[in-house]
Structures are given as structure tokens and as C-alpha cells.
Design a protein. Structure first.
Length: 295
């Protein structure tokens, strides 16, 4: 598989967002206010840069509104996912959120008029099986269908809607302008929401503020500038499925920094998940017989 610039950008973006669940697990700030500061700090850093360098270009009204809508949808996704993690477990929230490739595939068919290749559906099934193996089949025995469950599913749906709309917008708007508009709308929307919910805007520890800045710089700016570039040049279905690999990286980081155990089952599940992602990057449509007859 040839490693192109968009694919390198996607890999870099996945690495950057993989630390996000680790930071959320620390519970140093409430989930909703954490989402607000992630967007607000990111746009505070990005806006002066694009203005000074002249990299901001105001798009046509239609795409300006769509870019702003992307910001509202993405920030809603981050907010409900944060709450889902803090009210249940990172495992349950991550698994349900990562159903997004299914929603993206369905959405691509109905709204982008793009029929996902057979490779995508084969890869999706294999990857989701790998994800289930990674978290453990016994996990489903204790699955709670509560508010956290609904929020995690909603997060995956919002995530897929964001990818589909942003794919359309990025065909007409450059990445930096898109990110500036979407982050601005995200910050305004989440700021109003936090204020209406009486969320605390101050009073965090130094470690809490540091984590908020880290989320903005690494998990938002670095990650989504890279992923947006990849989305601009790649199929939305491939991008969404590739993002599943963050579960493998997050597990390794949790082992290193949170002393969580990595079992042989988790390793096996990770290998299956990555194999499923690889299937989608075959240049030609493949059959199951051809797939397993080649390395």
C-alpha cells in the first residue's frame, strides 16, 4: 500500500486523538466544559495565525453556513462523548462511538450518492469484530442501556454526520479556513450551552488547565487539521473506518500511563481490527476468496 500525504496526515491525526480518552479518564474537569475549552483554546491559537498569514478565505455563504454547522455538530459529538465516558466507562463509550463507520457507509449511499465498495463493508465487519474482541465479549453482559449508552450511540451518529458534511465542504473550502469557521461556531455554541447549564468556567487545578490546553493543541488542532486534510483527499468511508485504530493506540497508552493491563485477547483483537482497516485500502474490489489468498 503506497503511503501518500493524505494517508500520512490520517496516521498523524489518529495518533493525536488517541490520547484524548486517556485525558478524559483523569476527570480533572466536567465533560461539557472540557469540550468548550478544547474548542475555545484551539480557535484562540488558530485565529491569529490565519489572519496574520492571510490564510483565511471567506467561503461562499452556503459553505460558510455548512462549515459553521460542522462546528456545532462536532462539538455536540465531543460533548456527549465526554459525558458518556464519565458516566459509564471509556470502553463502552468508545465501542458505541466507533459504530460511526456503519453510519458513514449508509450516509454516503443516501446523501453523497456514493456506493461504498464491497471492500468497505468487509473491512467494517472485520474491524468491528476486532473491536469487540479487543474489549472482550463478556463486556456485553454488563452493557447498560441508560443515558450514557444513548449518548455514546448519539456520539457515533453525530461523528458520522460531521464527516459526511465536512467532506462536502472541504471540496470547496481550504482546511485552515474550514477549521477556523467550525471552531468559532463550536466555541460560541458550547459557551452558550455551558452557561445555560451553570457549568464552572474556572476553579480547576493547574493539572486541569494543562490537560485542557493539551486537548486543544494535540487532540483538536494537530489531530483535526491532519484528519480534515485526509478527508479532503480521501473517501469519507475510509477515513471513518481508519479512525477505529485509535482504540488500539489508546489501549497501549492506557497500559503505559494508567497501568491498565493488555491481554493476549486484546492483542488479537487489535490485529483483527487493523486487518479490517487494511482491507478497505485495497485498490480494487476484492472477494473473500481473493482476500484470504493474499498476504
Amino acid at each position: 500500500m503506497k503511503i501518500t500525504k493524505p494517508r500520512l496526515a490520517l496516521i498523524a491525526g489518529i495518533l493525536c486523538i488517541s490520547i484524548f480518552p486517556i485525558l478524559v479518564k483523569l476527570r480533572l474537569t466536567p465533560g461539557l466544559i472540557s469540550a468548550f475549552y478544547r474548542m475555545a483554546f484551539a480557535v484562540t491559537l488558530l485565529l491569529p495565525y490565519v489572519i496574520i498569514t492571510g490564510n483565511f478565505k471567506l467561503p461562499k455563504p452556503k459553505f460558510l453556513l455548512l462549515a459553521a454547522l460542522c462546528g456545532v455538530i462536532f462539538s455536540s459529538d465531543v460533548a456527549v462523548w465526554n459525558i458518556a465516558i464519565q458516566e459509564s466507562s471509556a470502553t463502552q463509550a468508545s465501542l458505541l462511538t466507533n459504530l460511526s463507520p456503519v453510519w458513514v457507509g449508509i450516509g454516503s449511499f443516501f446523501f453523497l450518492k456514493v456506493r461504498p465498495a464491497t471492500n468497505f463493508w468487509i473491512g467494517t465487519v472485520v474491524s468491528l469484530f476486532g473491536m469487540i474482541t479487543l474489549v472482550g465479549f463478556e463486556f456485553f453482559v454488563d452493557l447498560n442501556f441508560d443515558k450514557a449508552f444513548l449518548f455514546a450511540v448519539l456520539s457515533g451518529i453525530l461523528y458520522s454526520i460531521y464527516l459526511l458534511i465536512s467532506k462536502n465542504v472541504l471540496s470547496q473550502v481550504d482546511v485552515l479556513s474550514f477549521m477556523t469557521i467550525s471552531l468559532t461556531s463550536s466555541s460560541i455554541y458550547l459557551g452558550i450551552l455551558c452557561y445555560s447549564q451553570n457549568e464552572p468556567f474556572t476553579g480547576f487545578t493547574n493539572a486541569g488547565w494543562f490537560v485542557l490546553v493539551l486537548q486543544a493543541v494535540i487532540c483538536q488542532l494537530c489531530a483535526w487539521l491532519s484528519i480534515s486534510y485526509a478527508t479532503q483527499h480521501m473517501r469519507a468511508t475510509r477515513v471513518s473506518l481508519s479512525l477505529l485504530s485509535q482504540a488500539v493506540i489508546t489501549s497501549i497508552l492506557a497500559w503505559l500511563f494508567l497501568e491498565e493491563k493488555i491481554t493476549l485477547q486484546m492483542v488479537f483483537g487489535g490485529i483483527i481490527l487493523l486487518f479490517g482497516i487494511r482491507i478497505t485500502f485495497y485498490d480494487k474490489t476484492i472477494s473473500l476468496k481473493r482476500l484470504f489468498s493474499k498476504s
